[in-house]
Design a protein around this ligand. Structure first.
Ligand SMILES: Nc1ncnc2c1ncn2[C@@H]1O[C@H](COP(=O)(O)OP(=O)(O)OP(=O)(O)O)[C@@H](O)[C@H]1O
Length: 841
């Protein structure tokens, strides 16, 4: 019989190292024994100034060098593969493992295994932590992150001319990146050719070997970086957000590949994941981080799952049916909530609480005048066509290249595997791509170059009429700008030139910064004091204060007191997720005709993501002041854990995207796609693993269907042969998110109540508990027995209504005359992705 799980002993949060199993004969790879970490050496003044706060106080952590009983059959069971999950602080936590930060006491953090003879014999370089522990962060830096020359400006990536220093993927992997290499290193630093070939084939990099790293897409960059890290044969690989920005097939591929590495313990892996990410089922141990760099839960996956089941009771404050030991977990969590380490946002991010969302799913807009018209766009470099290598049926004739019209009021998502050309497509629209000038492409009814009787459209006009956030912009965005300057740069010609501001624009910027204060102001959580007020008698000096204030002798609050933070905090001081929020605001703030969000919401916690979607759809308006179109992610007022809504109609500046604006979005994650998105385009791609290639498709979602629903999402990602089959879809709103959340919580609560009733909690063996009570994935609420090997989402179960319809594939014929074309409701069955598919028999 196993001993009682750590959870019940109340030490789940900071288990003492002696409780964590590791082979006694082999010292652990990392041992942290009551360590507290600091950015710089702590001084007595720190407490008074609030500077240099402790990170992860009294942390205990042991990472075994080898699974217990490595030579026995138990190997798999005792292997520890950790995931660090949190809305913030994940990267800092990984930094602790790689020797960053000051450790107090200094001896609390050690790497005993690196001092063994085994390591000395294997490779003495590995005695140095910097070599033994490799970190790969994937915060959407694009290919600049892998050290390639990206050029000094955004469009450099798309140019075919390359500098001598633009090394290829092959050179990057081999380490041939010195212009004057030392003797003996002319062929690079990688001596193990077998490993090199293995890594190239496992990560599907063969075809990219001769490509300059600057040309890689985000997904390709990620694969190259993992390969490079593996070639240095580290003992421990820290992967920060490894699945972010990857298409579903690549996620499966990389997760499977990581699983293989984890099984061999070569290297050992620690993943940092966002709370909403699906945790791969080969992860055995989990750390849950709270606000202000606190470890809230730490232990085996089953233990943490159990605690999360208890946390699910926090929003309702109901402890009914909780076992006495569960009540201790509840009490501690409630205490953490009181202290601000845990909040409803984190519960939301962990899918333990979800505010009720709006019910209305908008219908597809036929749209007004065309804003973007592509009549056969085809981008190629030499022989390689990267966009438009297909034919479309245009007015009954097959025509090559991309034919696509985006109209005012339409909401589009562009889907496609990594490397399928999505960013290239957007670079045509934004004119970052040099070939945009030569393409059959019209923006706002005009070509880039002048035509007889019609002037061309200038880059500056384009920029002012488009709002754009993308990983590329993120990579290039100047870090030294304050948050206000960053947002205001939307009104400038370039990132650093002077913005054209006026009073209205100023108010717009302040309103948006106020709405996102809770997410962006580093002090937002701890500021409790009242705003600075000006006595009404000073009204004479401030004529704007108004009569009512003077008459009623009410103090006047300067309108901008609460957005001061934006003048002191710089873009570079924010976390990746916060930076994305700033760029998101920047894309919307000038109310452009076309909003382009390229992976703009990736890296954000679920609550921030949904808040951004709410802002996009309905602005800052508090729910009582409901203004159409309704937001599909807006939480009901009484449940609002998010701050920033404006209840004063007189000061509301943002009411969401209007019918005059078009939206184009790129995302690989269905939850990031607002339900207002009705049109989709899928770019073709070949998975390259023998699976059926995906073809080009344009489509409009049925009323009631939303992309964030699993069956619809899987449908749009399915190969042509699947499209040919009848589709049993589920009405998007058959089960409301809240209802799903309740179901999940109920089942967990029922589980706990049952255990309390049977009194089995005390000495029950873990194995038995697992077999009788399927574990719920902490971040997804999925039963463990049903988890896929990869972090992919399977269709949600428990749907109510099944309708037998196929996802339609309506035609979207570009109008050459510029007249609005009515969106055709497809009626014909088809197997070629055009017209309305057959009704199922
Ligand atoms: N200058 C160039 N020369 C040759 N190929 C290039 C060049 N620039 C980009 N490519 C290739 O064009 C393809 C499309 O790249 P793009 O960045 O548009 O893909 P993506 O769909 O946005 O991918 P991701 O989802 O990974 O960001 C990729 O295979 C990329 O390697």
């Amino acid at each position: 019989m196993l001993r009682r799980p750590l959870l019940w002993t109340g030490i789940l949060r900071t288990p003492s190292p002696r409780f964590l199993r590791y082979a006694s004969s082999v010292p652990p790879l990392i041992r942290i024994d009551k360590g507290t970490f600091y950015q710089r050496y702590p001084t007595p003044d720190d407490a008074a100034t609030g500077q240099n706060p402790p990170l992860f106080p009294n942390l205990n952590f042991v990472l075994p060098a080898k699974p217990e009983g490595a030579s026995t059959e138990n190997k798999d069971e005792s292997q520890q593969n950790w995931a660090v999950i949190g809305s913030s602080g994940r990267t800092s936590f990984l930094d602790v493992f790689r020797g960053q930060y000051i450790c107090e006491p200094p001896t609390a953090r050690s790497y005993p295994f690196l001092l063994t003879d085994e390591i000395a014999e294997k490779d003495p370089r590995l005695r140095f932590v910097g070599n033994a522990v490799q970190y790969i962060g994937f915060s959407g830096e694009g290919s600049g992150a892998i050290g390639g020359t990206r050029g000094a400006y955004l469009s450099a990536r798309y140019e075919s001319h390359r500098e001598e220093t633009d090394w290829t993927v092959g050179q990057y992997l081999k380490g041939q990146t010195e212009l004057n290499p030392l003797e003996g290193f002319e062929d690079g630093k990688v001596k193990d050719k077998e490993l090199l070939n293995q890594v190239i084939s496992d990560l599907r990099l063969k075809e990219l070997l001769d490509m300059p790293v600057a040309n890689l897409s985000n997904g390709q960059t990620r694969r190259a970086r993992i390969a490079k890290a593996l070639l240095s044969k580290p003992e421990l690989l820290l992967l920060d957000d490894p699945f972010m920005g990857l298409d579903p097939a690549t996620v499966r591929g990389i997760s499977g590949f990581l699983h293989k590495l984890a099984a061999k313990s070569s290297p050992r892996l620690i993943l940092a994941l966002r709370p909403q990410d699906t945790v791969p089922n080969w992860i055995t141990h989990v750390v849950i981080l709270g606000n202000n760099n606190r470890v809230l839960l730490q232990g085996s996956r089953a233990e943490v799952d159990q605690a999360l089941g208890v946390w699910a009771h926090l929003p309702t404050k109901s402890q009914t049916g909780l076992h006495p030991e569960d009540k201790k977990i509840y009490a501690r969590a409630a205490d953490d909530m009181e202290k601000g380490f845990l909040d409803k946002q984190l519960l939301w991010d962990l899918n333990l609480f979800k505010p009720k969302a709006g019910k209305t799913v908008p219908v597809a807009a036929q749209g007004g005048e065309p804003l973007i018209e592509m009549d056969g766009v085809r981008v190629q470099y030499g022989d390689k066509v990267v966009l438009g290598n297909w034919e479309q049926d245009i007015d009954g004739k097959k025509q090559g290249g991309l034919h696509w019209t985006v109209r005012r009021g339409q909401r589009w998502v562009v889907l496609g595997a990594n490397g399928s050309g999505k960013t290239t497509l957007l670079s045509m629209i934004t004119s970052d791509h040099p070939q945009a000038y030569a393409m059959p492409l019209k923006l706002f009814g005009r070509s880039r170059l002048p035509e007889p009787g019609k002037p061309g459209i200038s880059l500056f006009e384009l920029q002012s009429r488009m709002g754009h956030s993308s990983p590329e912009i993120h990579a290039f965005f100047p870090r030294q700008l304050t948050l206000r300057q960053s947002v205001e740069s939307a009104f400038a010609d370039t990132f650093l030139s002077k913005p054209k501001l006026n009073h209205d624009r100023d108010l717009d910027v302040s309103a948006a910064l106020r709405f996102f204060k809770a997410e962006l102001d580093p002090d937002a959580a701890c500021i409790k004091e009242n705003p600075p007020s000006i006595e009404s008698k000073s009204g004479e000096a401030f004529p704007d204060i108004g009569l009512s204030h003077r008459m009623q002798k009410q103090p006047y609050f300067p309108t901008d007191y609460d957005v001061d933070y934006a003048d002191t905090v710089t873009f570079g001081q924010l976390s990746t997720a916060q930076q994305r929020v700033v760029l998101f605001i920047r894309a919307l703030i000038h109310k452009p005709d076309i909003i382009i969000l390229d992976e703009a919401l990736s890296s954000m916690p679920a609550s921030t993501r949904d808040k951004c979607i709410t802002f996009l759809e309905t602005g800052e308006v508090i729910p009582q002041h409901f203004i159409p179109p309704p937001s599909t992610r807006r939480p009901k007022n009484e449940q609002l854990p998010i701050k920033g809504f404006n209840s004063d109609p007189a000061t509301i500046r943002h009411t969401g995207i209007s019918d005059n604006q078009a939206l184009i979005m790129i995302s690989h994650v269905k939850e990031e796609i607002p339900d207002t998105i009705r049109h989709y385009m899928r770019l073709p791609s070949d998975p390259g693993d023998g699976a059926e290639p995906l073809d080009f498709r344009l489509g409009v979602l049925e009323n009631d269907w939303v992309m964030s629903d699993s069956p619809i999402w899987e449908r749009v990602w399915s190969p042509p042969s699947e499209f040919a089959k009848p589709f049993k879809a589920v009405k998007a709103r058959a089960v409301e998110p809240e209802e799903k959340g309740r179901k999940q919580r109920r089942s967990k609560a029922e589980m706990i109540a049952e255990r309390a009733k049977t009194g089995e909690a005390t000495e029950e063996p873990e194995e038995q508990a697992e077999s009788e009570e399927p574990e719920v994935n902490p971040t997804r609420g999925r039963k463990k027995t049903e988890q896929p090997d990869e972090p992919e989402q399977k269709p949600a179960r428990g749907r109510k209504k099944i309708v037998e319809e196929q996802l339609e594939e309506p035609e979207q014929k570009p109008s050459r005359r510029g007249r609005p074309r009515k969106t055709k409701e497809p009626t014909e069955p088809t197997t070629k992705g055009r017209g309305r598919p057959k009704k199922a028999n």
